[in-house]
Design a protein around this ligand. Structure first.
Ligand code: SAH
Ligand code: SF4
Ligand code: F3S
Length: 457
């Protein structure tokens, strides 16, 4: 195949160069991709490389990529092109490609983009500092090994100061949904050891975290042994974390309907620090499509599961993921997805057009759906999801709720934070990043709620 080449001016074996002094990490994917980006930044900082200030050139740019849909994956080539042609910054930087595209297409990237010095997969990025040393000598280096646990053992201590933090507890996926690349880019399911997680959570809290979100591709598949050797699942880990002083909020994402355990559901009714929010993707409301997707659950079993969460925690806010236009999806089957949305009334949701991914079974299935049909279905689905999100936000108006302040708003004196239900809330007044404040909910928008600092606080 004749692929376009980017940055071809630089030779395949590069000239030795100076060790970069500044870096920029750009993350394009899911929350775990963001977590990985933060960890890479910490490693670069340990190596004495500092983050390039906003708007200034970086000597090293790490493109932390996502392979989940075609659009996301293709983006890296245009980004590389812009970096080498001086459109993103004045001087062309050293480029490292990390993340799931690096894992899936490492060799292709090296062949197609000679300006790339380093390709590093999501399970190998603990080796990034050594790879950079080689790149400085002029070598082009690729590492897409999958020693998942080894990675965590050799990452530096957490230091970043932020009121909210991600903590990867589980990684990889054994589910093999027929449309999805994750089992290939992230490898088999692994759980990080309990004591490591408690230790990392403590460090995060010392560094100022008041909210921790536990991450995993299938976070509720996590299992481990506590310090007395007893088997623990995610519910038990959450109960242990809830005992840590200084931590006020616990969240987890993303769960899979088939790994749900009773104790996690019960924890929602019993652990105050566990926030009333559940992201549980269903993808489709039709059983034939679910089967073709290899989801191994039905629309009805999913609804029954949600019911159990609602019994444990009646105010729980629900969120999900949907794919429209999976190969062979008929209009009637798509309407089953609309029906499940009507039934659940999600507080938030993510919906996507099916994107055929190389190497996945669905990519070669018959009856791929035309783009216009997908566009139409996505629009109809999103109209309902937006309606429900707006309704959820309006339901908050008149209430007072705790908001954890995460950052400054667009205008002076404005603050942005999250409600317990993960609603974005903005308000004006006397506050600081990291404060937990009482806010009266005043006006609902589609994506956020405007509030006002409560007089009672
Ligand atoms: N592990 C999680 C989510 C993984 S990817 C889970 O199983 O729920 C996040 C979302 O991207 C998926 O839930 C799905 O809705 C969407 N997705 C994955 N592969 C896709 C594809 N080939 N085309 C369109 N959307 C896709
Ligand atoms: Fe992908 Fe399915 Fe695994 Fe989620 S459960 S990561 S959608 S294969
Ligand atoms: Fe994307 Fe990889 Fe996450 S493909 S969604 S960055 S696991």
């Amino acid at each position: 195949m004749n692929l376009p080449r980017f940055g071809a001016k630089r030779a395949a074996i590069m000239k030795p160069t100076e060790t970069p002094k500044t870096y920029r990490v750009k993350s394009f994917g899911c929350q775990m991709n963001v977590y990985d980006g933060e960890r890479m930044a910490e490693m670069l900082a340990e190596k004495g490389i500092t983050e390039a200030p906003e708007g200034e050139d970086a000597d090293l740019v790490v493109l932390n990529t996502c392979h989940i849909r075609e659009k996301a994956a293709e983006k890296i080539y245009s980004d590389i092109g812009r970096l080498t042609k001086g459109k993103t910054q004045k001087k062309a930087p050293m480029i490292a490609v990390a993340g799931c595209v690096a894992q899936a297409e490492g060799e292709e990237i090296m062949a197609r983009a000679p300006a790339v010095s380093v390709v590093v997969g999501p399970q190998a990025y603990h080796r990034l500092p050594d790879m950079l040393d080689k790149a400085v000598q002029g070598e082009r280096v690729t590492d897409t090994d999958m020693p998942a646990i080894a990675k965590f053992d050799s990452l530096p201590q957490r230091k970043r100061r932020s009121p909210t933090a991600f903590l990867t507890v589980q990684e990889g996926c054994d589910k093999f949904c027929t449309y999805c690349v994750v089992p290939y880019t992230r490898g088999a399911e692994i759980s990080r050891p309990y004591s490591d997680l408690i230790g990392e959570a403590r460090k995060l809290i010392e560094a100022g975290a008041r909210e921790i979100t536990l991450l995993g591709q299938n976070v509720n598949a996590w299992s481990g042994e506590d310090d007395k050797g007893r088997a623990v699942r995610l519910g038990g880990l959450i109960r242990a974390l809830a005992k840590l002083d200084g931590l006020e909020r616990i969240r987890y994402t993303t769960s899979h309907p088939n790994d749900m355990e009773d104790d996690l559901i019960a924890a929602h009714g019993e652990v105050d620090k566990l926030m009333p929010y559940l992201h549980l993707p269903v993808q489709s409301g039709n059983d034939r499509v679910l089967k073709a997707m290899n989801r191994a659950h039905t629309a009805d079993s999913y609804l029954r599961l949600l019911e159990r969460f609602r019994q444990a925690r009646p105010d729980i806010a629900l969120s999900g993921d949907f794919i429209v236009g999976f190969p062979g999806e008929t209009e009637a089957e798509f309407e089953d997805t609309l029906s499940i949305v009507d039934e659940v009334r999600y507080a938030q949701a993510y919906s996507f057009k099916y994107s055929p991914r190389p190497g996945t079974p669905a990519a070669t299935m018959d009856n791929q759906i035309a783009k216009e049909v997908m566009d139409d279905r996505l629009q109809r689905l999103q109209a309902r999801l937006n309606r429900d999100q707006q309704a959820f936000n309006e339901g908050l108006v008149g209430k007072t709720c705790k908001v954890l302040v995460e950052r400054k708003g667009k205008h002076a004196g404005q603050w942005l934070g999250k409600s317990p239900w993960l609603t974005s809330v903005w308000f004006e007044g006397d506050a600081q990043i990291g404060d937990m404040v009482e806010v009266d909910m005043v006006e609902a928008g589609g994506n956020s709620v405007r509030g006002s600092l409560s007089a009672a606080a």
